[in-house]
Design a protein around this ligand. Sequence first.
Ligand code: GDP
Length: 480
Amino acid sequence: ETVTVQELANRMAERGANVIKALMKMGVMATITQSIDADTAELVVEEFGHKAKRVADSDIEIGLVAPQDDADKLTSRAPVVTVMGHVDHGKTSLLDALRQTDVVSGEAGGITQHIGAYQVTRPSGQKITFIDTPGHAAFTAMRARGAKVTDIVILVVAADDGIMPQTVEAIRHAKAAEVPIVVAVNKIDKPDADPNRVRTELLNHDIQVEEMGGEVLSVEVSAKQKLNLDKLEEAILLQSELLDLKANPERSAEGTVIEAKMEKGRGSIATILVTRGTLRVGDVFVAGKEWGRVRAMVDERGQRIDEAGPAVPVEVLGFAGTPDAGDDFVVVEDEARAREVAEYRQRKEREALAVKSARGGSSMEQLFAAIQAGETKELPVVIKADVQGSAEALVGTLEKLGTDEVKVRVLHSAVGGINESDVTLAKASNALIIGFNVRANPQARDLARRDGVDIRYYSIIYDVADDMKQALTGMLSPTF
Ligand code: GDP
């Protein structure tokens, strides 16, 4: 008995009576207020054509993602490409150079800006979408959250350097994700370039390019001199034809959060890559644990647009809170539904965090005393930052601090201002809150004062590391 018939109906946006009917068909008699077990709920959910996801033995989350589209509704869409490879092999240069192949930018005359992804239109009218964050960190982070956005990986290998450790890592990630690779042998303008060596070395990593009798497409390029960029794009389109990429543009939009941030005066903003359907201004949506209404959409040329179809990246304004990169994005029918799903997900996360931090203890002062006395081994922290990159950098830095005896434990890290739920979490786990380029809202500040939760503000990562080091040795005097 985990979910009432009413709640199940709400989560699926179906009428209660229809759910009761479906249950009856399955031989289960239940009233609207009665609870049913997770197994039964899962069957009902599937009966209605939704995707059920077990979030725990006893509970299920109703996937908002609707069933597959009928084949006759599908039309071709642009491929989505991620550039990976070893550091300094030219990933950033290549992304910059490819971006300039766009035939539309010139006409539109907008100022190009980084929104996390961009689309180029070729002279033929064909389009390619590039994820504008090179390297596999973003790729794996997205994948870890269950998002599959990339159709093709461009593996950049510098012809003067050959296969290096991160090249091998990139190959592993692409293979693990079952994403096809197109090799870009870069820097062929260099006198010591040896593309043949690259092709040979790739054989050791199970990549057989065409020149070696295999099927992997490879193109020799120079990002610096803009050589063969058209050939690379043709290879991408050829590969994409083999993948037969299609989506239904005529339905409510679904997508993935590519990047998210908070901006002064604009609020929470996220770049969404639409995976199917068409996103329009005014649409109400859920993105991860957040929801909102599309107030405006801006493309990578800074132009306002009214709609975005499959494989089109857009910056969306109108979020109630900042989502995370890799979050799913789904347009729903109304605000009530959006709020409900977002609140449900937030509640689930709080519950999970509460379990995670159930080991909490006494007040901050006692914690520091305990560290000093050598009784406590962990300094729990909650991190809130203005951008995803800072949050990640902080987590990385802090988790490396300390010794075998004492270390920092990051309970939660996210983008956005410090709110009441952060304070509640910190209170429950006796944690310190770190605000990096963000402030606490007045309610959170009051609550923190009342509950004796320590909030510290920073704008330099080094300062955070320094303070936490001191805290670990019990020297930091608490400021309440
Ligand atoms: P990333 O670390 O993979 O993003 O590499 P970058 O794009 O930052 O490039 C590293 C260095 O290689 C920079 O100094 C670039 O100017 C240089 N570089 C990139 N592509 C080429 C190329 O095609 N030819 C030459 N000669 N240099 C290049």
